[in-house]
Write a protein that binds this ligand. Sequence first.
Ligand SMILES: C[S@@+](CC[C@H](N)C(=O)[O-])C[C@H]1O[C@@H](n2cnc3c(N)ncnc32)[C@H](O)[C@@H]1O
Length: 195
Amino acid sequence: MARRRDFDGEYYARFYGDDPVHTRDRIAHLASAVHSLAQWWDLPVHSVLDIGAGPGYWRDWYARNAPGVEYVSTDVSEHACATYGHEQRDITQWRPDRRFDLVVCHGVLHYLDARGAEAAIDNIGAAAKGLLYLEAPTATDLDTVVDTEATDMSVTRRAASWYRTRLNRHFEQVGAGIWVARRAGLPLYELERSR
Ligand SMILES: C[S@@+](CC[C@H](N)C(=O)[O-])C[C@H]1O[C@@H](n2cnc3c(N)ncnc32)[C@H](O)[C@@H]1O
């Protein structure tokens, strides 16, 4: 199991400073693509829930490009909430009492132990009525894909199958980090789906 991180000023300086894990500009491409795909599928995005929003790059993209969208950004870190302006929530314990058109959970689940990650996935599933954007590196990704200089390696190593088993209870996987809430009833073509 990974040791529990302190998500403090040092953490954000280390992973969003000179050698960042990703940048505001790169997130702009991703947010734009996810938002556009939702519109392509006629799942308009009026509300977004961002889990573990960190520096808030997704939130800032929405504020600039789709200012009418209601955006709720959350993080467990006191530092992130005070510095970047999020609601302080621990997704392992917090289940919102409403649903959102898009849920973003970018780079968070691999910080959680098995019990926490399973609870988080169930809470995310309860909150999603349209799309989920999810990124969480698996054990294989940590061994063979990520840039080990830029990436935090003090995380929990899990197989993709572990995540898929739990995510599949709530979502259908499309690909590229995009999942559709089963309750959305979106009739995807066979070759749009990942399987
Ligand atoms: C790698 S950063 C990702 C930040 C942002 N989503 C991004 O992609 O730039 C991980 C974030 O997850 C947050 N986090 C970790 N555990 C969490 C939890 N249990 N509930 C909510 N946020 C959590 C951390 O505080 C940190 O800001």
